[in-house]
Design a protein around this ligand. Structure first.
Ligand code: GLN
Length: 407
């Protein structure tokens, strides 16, 4: 029998051709390789709250070590429903409307797999958290991007906000649109969508019969009096919204991988089926600890926001002093910056220089855009770090100089 050696791509899915590996996680690897301060991937370098670590230990000691109910431990689902009511006034039936997943990451892709058909489109604001594009492609849908525009330089660093154009958004809604992904507070821009903006999105969702998939993982990380509004709380949206959230960012446990989706019963059923066959369930003892986390008093969330505000206000001045133009975030724990003052050809070259020569890892802006050119003069820094870590970054930034362009 003659052996035919297959084309190297013969065994691969066409889908994986359409996206790359995560740039954010690659930057963490580079940070480790070069001994750099890691301001790339958004995870805290300080301890998680003692109470919730204790709850996890107790759950393991009490032998909560076998599968939880596939769609989530009862205690955690009850706590999620209670919090939705308490923070946003949304009534949720924990028996029929909650799916606990392996992180909000799984919750989003399981949701898209549960609602999308081949040929459907998903609207995504750009710059976007890098998972949304691949998630849409994996689920057979086509992403369609709508720009968030940075505030113009003339508004100064304190004044402006990232905005979108109403007409551009309206034009993105098509007969084949299945869903829009809304991420507020937003990664990477730090934008907190206003009620007026969310109402416009609501009106378009209703007019075009479209779902909202809303990633609210940074809901408690807000600054300068910004208020988080869940789109599911708006009139007309409860039945067409899937709200995604998780433990990672609110409780500094990104490695636990516990998140959830809250949706009307029919959609929840579909997500539960996908989730069951993807992962069976999220870690059982950590779900119990999650129920304890969601029972922390309101003062916990005040402290959390205050801590991150201090981190933001510690990092931004040293970035500005070094020559970055910073887009001041209203929420989440990232700052997008403009790097045009440094004279680098693009963000990837700049990030490589920063990690190797200066010893700081950031995320190249292009990884948040469909067309790399659009992010070629931007990089993102995560500031969810100890004061000492941010101070060390500030010290290292003093060595950063613009590249001399010889012409
Ligand atoms: N959400 C975090 C970030 O944007 C972590 C991303 C990840 O690696 N899952 O940096």
């Amino acid at each position: 029998m003659t052996r035919v050696s297959p084309h190297p791509k013969h065994f691969l899915s066409d889908k994986v051709e359409h996206f790359t590996e995560s740039v954010i996680r690659d930057m963490t690897r580079q940070a480790m390789q070069h001994g750099a301060v890691n301001l790339a991937q958004g995870f805290p370098d300080f301890p998680a709250p003692a109470e919730i670590k204790r709850a996890a230990e107790e759950a393991i000691a009490a032998d909560v070590n076998q599968y939880a109910i596939t769609w989530g431990a009862k205690n955690l689902r009850a706590a999620v429903a209670r919090q939705m009511k308490q923070w946003q006034g949304i009534d949720v039936d924990p028996e029929k409307e909650v799916v606990v997943c392996c992180g909000s990451t799984e919750a989003i892709v399981a949701t898209l797999l549960a609602v999308c058909n081949q040929g459907d489109e998903v609207i995504i604001f750009e710059p976007f958290y890098e998972n949304y594009g691949p998630d849409s492609i994996i689920s057979g849908a086509k992403p369609r991007f709508v720009s968030l525009r940075p505030p113009p330089a003339s508004q100064g660093v304190r004044g402006g906000e990232w905005t979108f154009d109403e007409l551009e958004l309206r034009q993105a809604f098509q007969p084949q649109t299945k869903a829009i992904v809304v991420n507020t507070p937003n990664n990477p821009t730090g934008k907190v969508f206003s009620r007026k903006e969310l109402e416009l999105i609501r009106d378009l969702c209703v007019e075009y019969n479209v779902l909202a998939i809303t990633d609210e993982i940074y809901e408690h990380i807000l600054y300068d009096g910004a208020r988080h509004i869940s789109i599911a709380a708006l009139d007309g949206m409860r039945d067409r919204t899937i709200t995604i959230n998780g433990l990672s960012k609110s409780y500094a446990v990104t490695g636990w991988r516990v998140g959830w989706a809250v949706a009307p019963p029919t959609i929840t059923n579909a997500i539960r089926k996908v989730h069951d066959f993807l992962t069976v369930g999220a870690p059982a003892p950590l779900q119990e600890a999650g129920a304890a986390a969601l029972s922390l008093p309101p003062s916990y969330y005040d402290e959390l926001a205050k801590r991150y505000r201090n981190c933001r206000d510690r990092l931004i001045p040293s970035l500005e002093k070094a020559g970055f133009r910073c887009y001041r975030p209203q929420g989440a724990y990232y700052v997008m910056t403009d790097i045009s003052a440094f004279g680098f050809a693009n963000d990837v070259e700049f990030a490589a220089h920063l990690v190797k020569e200066i010893g700081i890892a950031c995320v190249p802006g292009s990884s948040f855009y469909k067309h790399p050119k659009d992010g070629s003069q931007q990089v993102r820094f995560a500031f969810c770090k100890k004061p000492e870590t941010l101070d060390e970054a500030a010290r290292r930034l003093e060595k950063l100089r613009p590249r001399i362009v010889r012409g």
